[in-house]
Each structure stands twice: as C-alpha cells, then as structure tokens.
Design a protein around this ligand. Structure first.
Ligand code: URA
Length: 438
C-alpha cells in the first residue's frame, strides 16, 4: 500500500477500506508517513466526507493507536462531557467538579485550542504547575480521590488524535463530520466513560455553521458512539455569540472560578448551557430520573460550594499551585491592553462568535502553526453582549494581546464582530434540540 494512492482514492470520492485507513493512521503514528501526506488526506476527507463504515474504522484505528485507560477498581458511574468546540466555551471546567460533587465520576480527556475555538487543556495550562499530560496511574489516582481528572492525549493514549488534532488545527481541516466524530469518540472510548453528554455546537463560532449541519454531526456522534456501546445524550446548542463574558486561556479559568464561587452571578447564557449539560450528566449517572430534577440537583450542589472545593483539590492533585492561582485572579493580564467602545447609540444584535474567536487566535489564545505556544494572558473580556443597549463611547470590550502587533491586528476584527440593531433583538434559543441514546 502507498499513502499517495489512499490520498488519491479519497480525493476521487472512493470509500477507503479499514486496511487503508489503518495503514495511513498507524504509519503516521510511527513516523513512516509524513505530516504533508496526512494533511492532504485530511483535506480530501473534508471535501469528500466518509461513509459510516469509514468513520467507524477511523475511530477504532485511532483508539487502537494507544492504551485504553482501565477504570477497574474505581467506583463509578463514569460520565463525561465533550463539546465540538466553541468560543468562550468553558463549561467543562465547571461541569467536571460539579459532576464529581453529585457523585458522578468524570474521566475527562480534553483537547487544545482548535481553529478559532478554545481548548480546555490550554486553559488549564494557564494555571502555574498544572499538568495536563497525566500517566494512566496519575489519571486513576486523581479520578478516584477527587471524582474527576483531566488529561490530554499522550504518546501512549490516543497518540493518533494527538498528532491529527494538531495537524488539523493548522491546515483548515477541522470542519469535517467524520474527522470530528473520530477525534471525539476515540478519546472518549480511551478514557473509559460509560456514558457521554455531547454539546454539539452550531452557529458562526462553531465548526458546523447551521443547525442542520450540527444535527448531521450530532447523528454521526450518536450512531458511531452507540455502535461502540456508549450511552449518549447530545444537546445541539447555539454558538453564534461567545459563551459567557471571557474569551482567553487564563481569563476563562477565572470566569469558571467566579461561577463556582457564586453561580448566581454567572452570565445567563453560560449558566443556562452549563445547567442543561450538567442535568444530563446527572441523568446518565443515575442520580435523577429526568433533566428537570437534574437542573435542581445541580443548582443546589453549585450553591453548596462543593464543586469549587473539588476544582481546587483537582488543581493541587494535578500539580497546580492553588495559592498562586488565587493570587493571580484579576491581576494576571498582558501589559498590551486596549479597549473597544460602542460606535453608536443602539442595541447590540450580537457579538459574532467566529470573528471574536478568530481575533482571539491573533491575540495569542490559539495557534497559527503547530509549533506555536499560546499566551495564557491574551484574550477578550466582553462588557456587553447581544440585546444590551449601549451608548456611543460605552466600553464594550477589554482586549489583551501577546504583543502590540497582535493587538493592532485584532482590534479592527473585534470592532467588526459587533453587530448593532435599532430595536431590541429577539432572545436566542440556546438549546435547540436533544438527541438521546441511553
Ligand atoms: N473536539 C475534538 O476533540 N475534536 C474535534 O475534532 C473537534 C472538537
């Protein structure tokens, strides 16, 4: 077999055999097939898609590229949550300790920033000392003691996704239903969760731009996941505007700490999506009979303060410095700072999520090349959001860049992200649909 023939077949829209897919992926992992051939293949997949059989073969090959974490000896239930990617989407950092606090263990394998979207691991890396590459033994110990553990793909655990994920990030090959399905489900199968809550985003700031595309991705995730024996609930949620008020690595950790400390002050969109997802984790974990009861249980648990203690315990478990983290709140910012102000008296129709996410990458929140490091300090604070009324000159955003040049390039893009309306815009429906395989 030759990689070039496999690329050609996919370029011509042919269905690839399981053998061809394993040859390519395994060859990539051991270093026999170079980045440029896999990038060409990924682009052909983006353009021509994959059949369900190919998607299943890709998912299973990626899973088999490394070790599966064995959770034997740790008491479940094990339920994880994963998002298909958004801007300001930080719910994982609230949900993992919240799930643990209601007695649902969350073995979370997360990702880095992808395209214009943020990554849980890059956010956690902003905490001094925090380790996002755990060994299997460390993952098990943390999960058993605190109720959740968060790690990335390593050279031992789904190494195929570790490599492909970084390659797709910088080759415009993220937006593909089969590639997203295989990337998410290979990680979810490796981490050992019995059940999954998936937040499939649609909208300008998502990889799937409209609800129908979002539903296609949701279906692919449910069907492929069900075939792998997982119980799954998918919520299809709106990502036309950043979630919450912070977009950036440390900024988002800080916003999560604020939410865990006093959930009543959480921005309403972030609070709603978080509670809806948490309620489904409670259902799949067998803690409640339905999502209504789940919402009540999760709101009460947040108010108890237990999820905040568990978050801080996890930081310590994973090598982070809790004292330093607390001292950094409100102070850990780039010196390269600017403001964006309202250009007119009007309502804000929305702050466009894609434009904000794209500007955030320029500011240093994400990567342009696989070798780039992200800035923990860069990002955007939104002072106003969709449906707010503003007057000309009002402060809309505070913006921090990795340097002056990044700031200068990003500011006009952020200004362009602000959409004004003369009359109050309609309220957005945040959760559009639910798909259940339980
Ligand atoms: N999240 C992942 O883990 N992988 C993708 O491809 C997209 C979102």
């Amino acid at each position: 077999m030759r990689a070039v023939d496999i690329i050609m077949d996919k370029r011509l829209g042919k269905e690839l055999s399981r053998e061809a897919i394993s040859f390519l992926i395994n060859g990539y992992v051991v270093g026999n097939i170079p980045d440029y051939q896999v990038a060409a293949w990924a682009m052909a997949v983006c353009l021509n898609g994959m059949t369900p059989a190919e998607t299943a073969a890709l998912t299973e090959t990626m899973l088999a590229s490394g070790t599966r974490i064995n959770l034997n000896g740790i008491e479940g239930p094990f339920v994880d949550k994963h998002s298909t990617g958004g801007v300001g989407d930080k719910t994982s950092l609230i949900l993992a300790p919240l799930a643990a606090a209601i007695g649902v263990r969350d073995p979370m394998m997360a990702g880095r920033a992808l395209g214009h979207t943020g990554g849980t691991l890059d956010k956690l890396d902003a905490i001094p000392g925090y380790r996002t590459q755990l060994t299997v033994a460390e993952f098990r110990t943390t999960l058993a003691s605190t109720g959740f553990a968060i790690t990335g793909q390593t050279k031992d655990i789904v190494p195929a996704d570790r490599l492909l994920y970084a390659l797709r990030d910088v080759t415009a090959t993220v937006e593909s239903v089969p590639l997203i399905t295989a990337s998410i489900l290979s990680k979810k199968a490796a981490e050992g969760a019995d059940a999954l809550v998936l937040d499939v985003k649609y909208g300008s700031g998502a990889f799937m731009k409209d609800p129908l595309e979002g539903e296609t991705l949701a279906r692919s995730l449910v069907d492929t996941g069900a075939a792998m024996g997982k119980r799954i609930i998918v919520l299809l949620t709106d990502m036309n505007e950043p979630l919450g008020n912070m977009v950036g690595n440390f900024l988002e950790v800080e916003e999560c700490l604020d939410c865990l400390e006093d959930f009543s002050k959480t921005p309403p969109d972030l609070a709603e999506v978080t509670l809806e997802l948490a309620a489904r984790m409670a259902v799949l974990g067998g803690k409640v009979a339905n999502a209504d009861d789940g919402r009540v249980l999760c709101a009460e648990t947040l108010a108890s303060g237990k999820p905040l203690s568990l978050f801080l315990k996890n930081v310590a478990d994973q090598g982070g410095n809790v004292k330093q983290l607390c001292a950094m709140r409100g102070a850990y910012r780039s010196p390269f700072v600017a403001s964006v102000r309202a250009a007119q008296d009007a309502y804000i129709a929305r702050i466009d999520a894609w434009k904000t996410g794209h500007a955030a990458v320029i500011l240093g929140v994400g990567r342009n090349r696989a070798s780039d490091t992200v800035s923990p300090l860069a990002g955007v604070q939104l002072h106003k959001k969709g449906r707010d009324m503003v007057h000309k000159g009002d402060l809309l955003m505070t913006v921090w860049g990795k340097d002056e040049a990044a700031l200068a390039t990003a500011i006009p893009q952020l200004e362009a992200a602000i959409e004004y309306a003369p009359t109050p815009p309609a309220k957005r429906t945040l959760v559009l649909k639910e798909l259940v395989h339980a």
